[in-house]
Design a protein. Structure first.
Length: 145
């Protein structure tokens, strides 16, 4: 088998080989793999993303379109919003989810909790200040929310 070419491909391969756990810069961070379809290409993509579980349920969690603090949103963000649904891999499970963007105080509270859990997200927010607000999406297992 060929060696995965990109960082994302390497993270995806490691995630799948280790039941959802990876090392390196994502060691110890809760990751999911987002399956999304390009809104113009029609191609399926698989993108690793840090997630935060929602309080009180395993069926909902949040992902952050930080794009490493870049000035633009990542492509997966627009793909998920356009579709309104996706599939995710979490640990060894794969399941469909619905997608909802958080706004206002709700978004701010979830993002603040993410900064508390993973202080690097404060740096992403600092890098995007005055350029964009980092979107937060709620993903809920389809049929449960």
């Amino acid at each position: 088998m060929a060696e995965p070419a990109t960082l994302n491909e390497r993270v995806v391969a490691e995630f799948r080989a280790n039941g959802g756990r990876v090392g390196g810069r994502f060691a110890g961070m809760p990751l999911v793999l987002l399956h999304h379809v390009g809104r113009t290409s029609g191609r399926e993509f698989v993108t690793p993303a840090v997630h935060q579980p929602a309080e009180g349920t395993r069926d909902a969690f949040y992902v952050f379109a930080s794009n490493g603090g870049a000035a633009e949103n990542p492509g997966w963000y627009a793909n998920l919003l356009a579709a309104g649904t996706a599939r995710v891999e979490r640990g060894t499970e794969t399941f469909p989810v619905t997608v909802r963007e958080l706004t206002g105080d709700e978004r701010d509270a979830v993002y603040a909790e993410q900064v508390r859990r993973s202080p690097g997200f404060a740096e992403y927010e600092r890098m995007t200040a005055g350029v964009r607000v980092i979107p937060v999406l709620e993903l809920v297992r389809a049929g449960t929310g």
